[in-house]
Design a protein around this ligand. Structure first.
Ligand code: WT7
Length: 646
């Protein structure tokens, strides 16, 4: 077939899934006996304390239960069970922004996690079901903390270090966290920055549930200590025993919460389970990245996002792999940093985001030539569609024209990969995530469940439950149902709708066309326009605001706001207003949600019932023709007035 890149046949001989026949065989197995397929995998892959007695319970759909009555512990799955065969193998290879390095073996990880688990239990009174918020940078202690929380059966909620005090506070309050773990700070672009003051500010109002704060030292910067509340990790942890029996957990007990943006309201606490989550994390690591025993695998995401959870910490460790963790940014001290690290650690699988590829292509196209990248075998991308230009550069300059690229489509809610090539079994194509993984029923359908014909956009849905799926939204089961199981039905039953549009191409491959809701994707970060609008609306002189994503050559999308102001008096330059608005956004959400551009308009296009017609606003910012009928607008002339501003 045209436009396709085929895997190397020699390499494929050593792969786990060696060709398209093997892939199709697995797909057929899952089609023939869905529960049997997953049940067999779960029995093989998980070190159960007690095996489950039912694969899938659908009686309370969409609150699906997987591997019922199974007993396990995820930290045991990730550490203890490897000690016999891999005790001296590197579990985590860490590199700090300043070039400091640390290698942690599985045995060392075992002791560190156990000591930390004991500390959480004994000193901080954390027990099964308690929530622990982790607001930490990319250092090994963050992974240790996550695993320690899992070991004692508590629930972690990692909050990305780029979120502001207000955003952190919202998450602490929603989860009713008992403990917050943080660091003094970390390093970025070669310089120290601080995290602890953000925690102090977050806790200054309304976080009654928080009893204590545990502080890991990273950069030794001066920070405020609240006597009786704040405790230093290093000092305390050394006194704890290196043995801590793993808590016996049920398959369906929550493992963690991770907050993500939706199209309306506050971020939602996506709740993941124990068994189903770890099973899919592990098996996708094995099949999608084709990681082998002596490989070194590196995912550049931040642990604060789902990619970091599943593909830096849980997936790699569950399969007993070596995972690289890097504290810094890709362009410090120059745009060759990542390539230098690939050479030094002889990285075999490299997983990153299209926005980073575009940035490195743009700022350092020649950098990869300076390094030996021949250790690489599989490349991956995630988070947003990748444009063919960036794909080809990645394929040729980083992969040397010999590494398959796995373009993995998935979401915080799906827990792990859903649609992706298998590196040595799927011919790949720039810009396509290709096929659903075996056992995953991802389909492009219309609202009634009819499969879309080739080339026509439809809803990307998952029409059968899968083990690593979101279990609920923390504290809001109704919102869970409404957010994911309201838009599409198949065979009369509601199915999971991802919020993404997609279409089949001439090969039957899935092409993701982007969100269909009011969610935008800036540098692979998911943001609700409603959230940003709420912040902008807090500016004194803003009467009305509508935010849309504007195509951006590096970030994918940038934040663009249409603003109706209250008063022309004292109105300075637009840049002044933009600065003030960004001040509010940075305070309420964080720098990642900053607005790139604003335009002051006389009004917004609204229907007679008052709904903003965002499609018109999206078309205008993209310079596209407006195809909708504007005559139903409350004031049709407003469209021309807005267009005149461009
Ligand atoms: C949204 C999920 C999955 C971890 C990182 C983001 C977009 C994700 C792809 C891809 C095109 C993609 C979708 C999805 N997305 N992967 N390979 N191709 N788009 O997780 O923050 O939950 O965002 O990211 O729009 O819905 P997230």
């Amino acid at each position: 077939m045209e436009n396709l890149f085929y895997p190397d046949r020699e390499e494929a001989k050593n792969a786990r899934i060696k060709n398209s026949c093997e892939y199709e065989g697995l797909v057929a197995d899952a089609n023939d006996d869905y529960e049997g397929y997953w049940g067999k995998l779960a029995k093989e892959k998980i070190s159960w304390f007690q095996e489950f007695d039912e694969v899938l319970d659908e009686s309370d759909a969409p609150f699906y239960k997987w591997f019922k009555n199974g007993k396990l512990n995820v930290s045991y799955q990730c550490i203890d069970r490897h000690l016999e065969t891999r005790k001296n193998k590197a579990a985590i290879i860490f590199e700090g922004e300043l070039g400091d390095q640390k290698v942690i073996t599985y045995r060392e990880l075992y002791y560190e996690v156990n000591k930390t688990a004991n500390l959480l239990k004994n000193k901080f009174g954390i027990s099964k079901g308690d929530r622990v918020v982790i607001y930490m940078p990319m250092i090994p202690e963050t992974a240790v903390m996550m695993l320690a929380v899992a070991r004692i059966g508590a629930i972690h909620s990692v909050v990305f270090g780029g979120f502001s005090a207000d955003a952190l506070r919202d998450r602490i309050i929603d989860a009713e966290a008992k403990l917050v773990v943080t660091t003094d700070g970390a390093y970025r672009r070669g310089k120290p920055y601080l995290l602890k003051p953000v925690v102090d500010e977050a806790l200054s109002v309304g976080c009654e549930s928080v009893e204590k704060v545990l502080v890991v030292e990273r950069n030794g910067e001066e920070i405020h200590w609240e006597a009786g509340r704040d405790f230093a990790y290093a000092e305390l942890v050394q006194n704890e025993s290196p043995i801590c029996e793993p808590e016996v957990m049920d398959s369906e007990d929550p493992l963690f919460l991770l907050y993500t943006s939706g199209s309306t309201g506050k971020p939602k606490g996506v709740q993941h389970s124990q068994a189903g989550y770890i099973l899919h994390a592990q098996t996708t690591m094995e099949n999608v990245f084709d990681v082998r025993e002596n490989d070194t695998y590196w995912c550049t995401a931040d642990v604060g996002w789902i990619t970091g959870h599943t593909y830096i910490v849980y997936g790699p460790l569950a399969m007993g792999a070596t995972t690289v963790m890097f504290e810094g940014v890709p362009i410090y001290p120059d745009a060759g940093r990542w390539w230098k690290m690939i050479e030094e650690y002889q990285v075999n699988q490299f997983y990153t985001a299209p926005t980073a590829i575009r940035l490195l292509h743009k700022t350092g196209a020649e950098e990869p030539k300076k390094y030996d990248l021949s250790s690489l075998r599989v490349l991956g991308t995630v988070g947003e569609p990748i444009n063919p230009d960036a794909w080809l550069w990645y394929y040729n300059e980083i992969g040397g024209g010999k590494c398959p690229i796995v373009d993995t489509w998935w979401q915080t809610e799906t827990g792990g990969h859903m649609v992706s090539p298998l590196p040595f079994a799927t011919p790949i194509k720039p810009g396509s995530a290709t096929n659903p993984l075996p056992g995953i029923f991802a389909e492009i359908i219309d609202e009634n469940g009819e499969r879309m014909p080739e080339g026509e956009k439809g809803l990307l849905c998952i029409t059968k439950p899968w083990p690593s799926m979101i279990r609920t939204i923390w504290g809001d089961p109704e919102r869970f149902k409404k957010s994911y199981f309201g838009d599409a039905k198949k065979d009369g039953k509601p199915v999971y709708f991802s919020g993404d549009g997609a279409m089949y191409d001439e090969n039957g491959y899935i092409i993701i066309t982007g969100r269909t809701d009011d969610v935008i994707n800036v540098s692979g970060h998911r943001m609700g326009t409603a959230e940003i609008e709420a912040s902008i609306g807090n500016h004194d002189n803003v009467a009305e605001v509508a935010v849309v994503g504007k195509p951006h050559s590096v970030k994918g999308e940038s934040v663009f706001a249409y603003i109706v102001i209250k008063s022309e008096d004292n109105l300075g330059e637009d840049v002044e207003l933009l600065k003030e608005i960004n001040g509010i956004i940075v305070k309420e959400i964080g720098p990642i949600a900053k607005c790139d551009e604003i335009v002051i308009v006389p009004g917004l296009p609204k229907t007679r019932s008052g709904k903003i017609m965002r499609r018109i606003l999206r078309a205008i910012v993209k310079g596209e023709a407006i195809t909708q009928d504007t005559s139903t607008l409350e004031d049709p002339s407003v469209v021309e007035k807005i267009q005149a501003k461009f």
